[in-house]
Design a protein around this ligand. Structure first.
Ligand code: SF4
Ligand code: MG
Length: 332
């Protein structure tokens, strides 16, 4: 297995002026293997979209590194960056907002090809656009129509065709199904899976809950308030979630088997997601964690590898912290 993307202690802070800093992404690390789907999950406001955009180089990093095929995304020459942008593309949450209403579907899909000067003859360009439309389950008759003539699911297919125009290897899908009717979500996911198989694509799939992402991802990273709190295979995460936040997220998913449902009680988190402007000290989750102890407000948990490939940031799994008597005795 080859690492295609390596995110190393990535930070993206926004300076809001007057000495205020929004710590949108505050030190996340993970690798994505070639050909896999890696799910990045967390509530809205946890920094996952900002992480996606920083990985694509749409934002400068504040600290850390993003390596794509061993190349630092944030220190590329213009030529290297152009080349990189052919290999990595993004699909956005809102297919309505991301398609120019005044352009035909043909113009929308042909645009990236023209920007990168890959256009062959007019005929060849046409054929290429038709081929892309067919790849996403549309057809050439759709080419001369406008975005408003299509349903949400079809518009997302158009967005996917455009993302595929440059034959990328890697796609960042930022909540690609969240804005769609539940009835069409599954068909778009199936399309993404089919394209992955056919074209050998790697996906970074960003989502705000685990319901769909656990089926399609090989591995999942759970984010909370700009940090990653747990990372493992989908299977492990589902069977043996370690972090109290992951446990709460999972408890919100209805389980079809009623026998299991009895065992997995719904965990309702108290309080609001704190602001990333002044994130809590110690463990960022301590203000809402049902298991929090005194030490949690003071000491930031280490990123521990509990079993092979299963990482968690929580004092409950840190032998050294557990050895501190305080941890067990002071509960709230
Ligand atoms: Fe909860 Fe403490 Fe673990 Fe944070 S470190 S998740 S507050 S138990
Ligand atoms: Mg978002």
């Amino acid at each position: 297995e080859n690492v295609i993307l390596s995110v190393q202690n990535l930070k993206k802070h926004f300076d809001l002026g007057k000495g205020t800093t929004l710590k949108a992404v505050n030190g996340i690390s993970f690798d994505v293997m070639e050909g896999e789907t890696f799910g990045l999950v967390g509530e809205s406001g946890c920094g996952k979209s900002t992480a996606g955009r920083t990985i694509l180089g749409l934002y400068n990093r504040t600290d850390g590194k993003v390596l794509f095929e061993d190349q630092d995304v944030h220190s590329m020459t213009e030529k290297e960056r152009n080349n990189f942008l052919k290999k990595m593309q993004m699909i956005f949450q809102d297919p309505y907002a991301s398609l120019n209403p005044r352009s035909t579907i043909f113009e929308i899909i042909a645009e990236p090809i023209e920007i990168h000067h890959l256009n062959k003859s007019k005929e060849a360009l046409k054929e290429r656009v038709y081929e892309l439309l067919e790849d996403v389950g549309l057809n050439r008759d759709h080419a001369n129509r406008y975005p408003h003539e299509f349903s949400g699911g079809q518009r997302q297919r158009i967005g996917i065709a455009r993302a595929l125009a440059l034959e990328p290897k890697f796609i960042i899908a930022d909540e690609p199904i969240s804005a769609l009717d539940v009835s069409v979500q599954a068909s778009v996911v199936k399309l993404l899976q089919k394209l992955q198989k056919e074209k050998g694509l790697t996906y970074l799939f960003i989502a705000h809950d685990l319901s769909m992402v656990k089926y399609i991802s090989k591995r999942i990273g759970v984010m909370y308030l700009g940090q990653m709190v747990e990372l493992t295979t989908s299977k492990q995460l589902y069977n043996e979630p370690l972090h109290p936040y992951t446990q709460a997220l999972l408890s919100a998913i209805p389980i079809p088997d009623p026998d299991i449902e009895e065992k997995r009680e719904r965990i309702i988190l108290e309080g609001e997601l704190p602001s990333p402007i002044n994130p809590p000290t110690g463990c960022v989750f301590h203000t809402r964690c049902p298991m929090a102890k005194a030490v949690c407000g003071q000491l930031q948990p280490k990123w521990l590898e509990k079993s092979e490939g299963h990482y968690v940031a929580c004092h409950l799994y840190d032998e050294e912290v557990l050895a501190i008597e305080q941890f067990e005795t002071i509960a709230h």
